[in-house]
Design a protein around this ligand. Structure first.
Ligand SMILES: *Cc1c(COP(=O)(O)O)cnc(C)c1O
Length: 483
């Protein structure tokens, strides 16, 4: 059965339940499976007849021991996680530009209209399931650039085993995203707007990591995290590549390319995982003006620079922490080297990737950086010519796909991942279409309804955040004890 180890090599191998409930490994590393299971061509053929939730079940099954989650329970957990999705195909794939062989996989039919809903529902339901079995409670703190927070808040709302503190950089996410957290009436959700975050969500990641590094605090506050450091999320996201591949390929075995708007590299690592399992896919890593990943792929320099605020704000990230999982596999699981690189990056904010690692990470990956101007232009172009409204993140993926197509020709099918609904970014849509009026495609009933609900949140400065959280979490835990 699959066990999980830390990429830093300093923790005992654990089972799936421990990896999921802890988030970070005890040595501060990220969990990865000891071995990646295989999907044979025969199995892929079989999967091609199934619905998305069924494909997902088959993809994740070998990662989870039956003694941890029995077959029937796993099936129920997966099904339950897609009940609130609003499209009959769950994750539809549409040809948006047949001439250039460009398709769009729409990942935004979940309850909070971004691709974060896909894995978050399953993760939170699984945590709740495991916690009930163990008669335990968790305090989840998570940093968000705008979409993880709403997805986690919605999935956790009303769960008795979980209290959740979504932290977001005040004023740096869209109003619509903020309201998806603050207008939830559930008493176990505690949104915190954090002021003075020059590096946006990255500043908040640092606070979360610091709180996790204290074993005492972790224990006392029952801390856990659902950021994409959590293995369960990246594992689950492998399924949409398998499904997207099967919906797009003419014959099984043909190569399909995915263009992915990338921030923390969780989604792309999941793609890599699907490829390692045996799906014949390649990737475009599409960055906006924040180009830590593009620098790494194109020049072998993994370096963070100052955050740029862009129109695709959910990928305004300068430390793509899932890249470490990728580097770990590129270094053939050499814990010593990974530890050295992580420590050097922590100390200096930069490492040079050696040639052997570069050769591995470039296999099947190209990277492209897209400017805000290009993002807005693509949104306008697809709206005018195809009547297809892209959100700014899907637009980054399509812009990158178009650039590659113009260099290589349209021989390979490209699936662009549309990671959010345009209704989450109305101001950017107006700017792109150069119109004060929004088209109907940029509206969504859930967003309109949230405008009339009462908002509830705390506001806190970055410098006071550790303290504020420790006190607020303790207060919740004590109030539960009192009952
Ligand atoms: C989170 C997010 C991404 C980036 O995914 P990563 O796993 O962080 O690379 C892209 N688009 C949207 C809309 C997102 O919310």
């Amino acid at each position: 059965m699959t066990k999980y180890i830390s990429i830093r090599g300093g923790a005992q191998p654990v089972e799936f339940d421990t990896a999921v409930l802890e988030g970070f490994a005890a040595d501060g590393g990220l969990y990865v499976p000891e071995k990646i299971p295989e999907l044979s061509m025969k199995k892929l053929k079989h999967l091609s007849t199934l619905t998305y939730p069924r494909v997902a079940l088959e993809v994740i099954r070998p990662f989870i021991g039956r003694h941890i989650i029995p077959e029937q329970d796993l099936e129920t957990l997966v099904e339950k996680s897609f009940e609130a999705f609003r499209h009959p195909d769950v994750l539809p794939v549409k040809p948006i530009n047949p001439e250039k062989n460009i398709h769009c996989m729409e990942l935004f039919y979940g309850p909070t209209l971004s691709f974060k809903d896909i894995a978050m529902g399953f993760l939170i339901n699984t945590m709740d399931y495991l916690l009930k079995k163990k008669n335990k409670h968790l305090s989840i703190i998570l940093a968000t650039t705008g979409d993880t927070g709403p997805a986690a808040a919605f999935a956790a709302a009303g769960k008795s085993t979980i209290d959740c503190w979504p932290l977001y950089p005040e004023g740096m996410i869209s109003e619509e995203q903020e309201r998806q957290m603050t207008a939830l009436s559930a008493s176990n959700i505690h949104p915190v707007g954090v002021e003075n975050c020059p590096d946006g969500g990255d500043n908040l990641d640092v606070v979360v990591a610091r709180m996790f590094s204290s074993e005492k605090l972790k224990e006392r506050l029952h801390l856990s995290s659902v950021n994409s450091i959590n293995w369960c999320r990246v594992m689950f996201q492998a399924a949409h590549y398998v499904y997207g591949y099967l919906k797009t390929c003419g014959t099984i075995g043909e190569t399909v390319r995915f263009s992915v708007p990338s921030g923390a590299f969780g989604n792309l690592f999941a793609g890599f995982l699907a490829r390692e399992m045996g799906v014949p896919i390649t990737f475009i890593c599409a960055n906006n003006e924040n180009r830590t990943l593009h620098r790494a792929f194109s020049r072998g320099v993994f370096r963070k620079e100052a955050l740029q605020q862009t129109v695709s704000s959910a990928i305004d990230i300068v430390v793509p922490y899932n890249f470490w999982r990728f580097i770990y596999f590129a270094a053939n699981g050499d814990h010593g080297r990974v530890r050295e690189w992580m420590d050097a990056f922590e100390a200096e904010g930069e490492i040079k990737l050696p040639d052997d690692v570069m050769k591995k990470i470039r296999k099947g990956f190209v990277s492209i950086g897209i400017s805000d101007e290009q993002t807005l232009a693509i949104m306008a172009e697809y709206w005018k010519q195809e009547r297809y409204l892209l959100d700014p993140h899907g637009a980054v993926a399509v812009a990158a796909a178009e650039i590659l197509e113009s260099q290589n020709g349209a021989r390979t099918k490209t699936v662009c991942l549309a990671t959010a609904h345009p209704a989450k970014f109305p101001e950017v849509v107006k700017q792109a279409l150069n119109s004060p009026e929004l088209p109907d495609d940029a509206a969504h009933e859930s967003i309109i309804q949230a405008r009339n609900l009462e908002e509830r949140k705390s506001v806190c400065g970055l410098e006071d955040l550790d303290d504020f959280l420790a006190k607020d979490i303790e207060k919740q835990i004590n109030s539960k004890k009192g009952k």
